[in-house]
Design a protein around this ligand. Structure first.
Ligand SMILES: Cc1ncc(COP(=O)(O)O)c(C=O)c1O
Length: 358
């Protein structure tokens, strides 16, 4: 018997995560935009403390965590929905609002989860061009059709690091039809240094067609726990709550996220390390004649000029235990993306890259 999945499912390219093995010695994993400091010590302690409680079902509404998020960000907890990573929320948004005949718009080099979620829901993903590898809001507006239901903008974008300034985002929203949901994916918001920036929360407060997504996988160092959250109108939050897993966040996940949220020292240290090391390695690579795309976030995107050179560089680094991310799946075959690591990681990258170009 052959079982046929719904239309669209077989069009999904399986997602290939960042490499985690390479070389024979120590591995420096810079392929998945994780926090190089490791997890927050407070989160680890809270996680371990849940061990005796895991026979219980978790709080299905993640109430304590949502209330803590609401307090920290001055929001209404009833408009926050927690998900198993923001990945789950991207899927839920598509499942709830997009189906056959609907279009989901995103940028040419946008996060791969957007087309996966759109196709899973039976909708059609549509890419808007990103000339110069920057988010082009006019191209996005031109790509809007009668069928457009949802627009995803990652700000800053992964993998380009491109940032849309607050004024431009507001002007874009003003031109967008009010029956289209604008999802502002602010996974890397905590790392942003640009002042003319919004993570989208003020827009959610003003407009009922804006949703902001956040994650604990980046600066909060909890990629392995799978926890993200959305902030939206009460109406959209209610819809997401109807279709999410009823106990989606485990006891350990909720406890670890709650502890990480208030570990200010760890967050500050993570921000500082990223800011300093990003500047340092960018200037070292530029000194080698490499073009690094200007961008925000805990990673950089740089071009090696050709696909062949990018593959050669990726493999050369891998042999030395340094794992970078190839960008073929993102339509950037000449580029590599590198997560910003600790000072010793960045020194190892500097030395290996010099060797590559020697
Ligand atoms: C732009 C963007 N959005 C969302 C995510 C997913 O994050 P999470 O781990 O919360 O699912 C990522 C992960 O890399 C990302 O780069």
């Amino acid at each position: 018997m052959k079982f046929t999945p719904r239309p669209g499912i077989l069009d999904i390219e399986p997602y290939i995560p960042g490499a985690s093995k390479g070389g024979s010695g120590k591995v420096i994993k810079l392929s998945s935009n994780e926090n190089p400091l490791g997890p927050s010590p407070e989160a680890v302690k809270a996680y371990k403390d849940t061990a005796e409680k895991i026979f219980r079902y978790p709080d299905g509404g993640s109430v304590e965590l949502r209330e803590a998020l609401a307090k920290k960000h001055n929001m209404d907890a009833g408009r926050i929905v927690c998900g198993t990573g923001s990945d789950e929320l991207i899927s839920l948004l598509c499942r709830a609002y997009c189906g056959e005949g609907d279009e989901v718009l995103y940028t040419e080099h946008g996060f791969l989860m957007y087309p996966i979620a759109a196709l899973s829901a039976g909708a059609t993903p549509v890419k808007a061009a990103e000339p110069e590898r920057k988010t082009d809001l006019n191209a996005l507006l031109s790509a809007v059709t009668d069928k457009t239901k949802m627009v995803f903008i990652a700000n800053p974008n992964n993998p380009t690091g491109a940032l849309v300034q607050k004024d431009a985002l507001l002007a874009f929203h003003a031109k967008l039809r009010s029956d289209i949901i604008l999802v502002i994916d602010s996974a890397y918001a905590e790392y942003v240094e640009e002042e003319n920036f919004t993570d989208g929360r003020d827009m959610v407060d003003q407009f009922d067609n804006v949703v902001m997504l956040r994650t604990f996988s980046k600066i909060y160092g909890l990629g392995g726990m799978r926890v993200g959250w959305s902030y939206s109108s009460k109406e959209i939050a209610d819809i997401l709550n109807r279709i999410r897993g009823i106990f989606n966040l485990s006891i350990a996940t909720q406890a670890a996220a709650l502890a990480a949220l208030f570990d200010d020292e760890y967050i500050e240290q993570s921000f500082r390390n990223n800011s300093e090391q990003k500047k340092w390695i960018t200037s070292r690579l530029e000194d080698m004649g490499i073009h690094v795309y200007p961008g925000e976030g805990n990673f950089i995107l740089f071009t090696l000029g050709t696909k062949e050179k990018a593959i050669a560089c990726l493999n050369f680094m891998k042999e030395r235990g340094i794992l970078l991310r190839g960008m073929m799946a993102y339509g950037l075959p000449d580029c590599l993306r590198m997560t910003i690591g600790l000072p010793e990681d960045m020194q190892a990258v500097d030395e290996a890259m010099k060797e590559f170009f020697a």
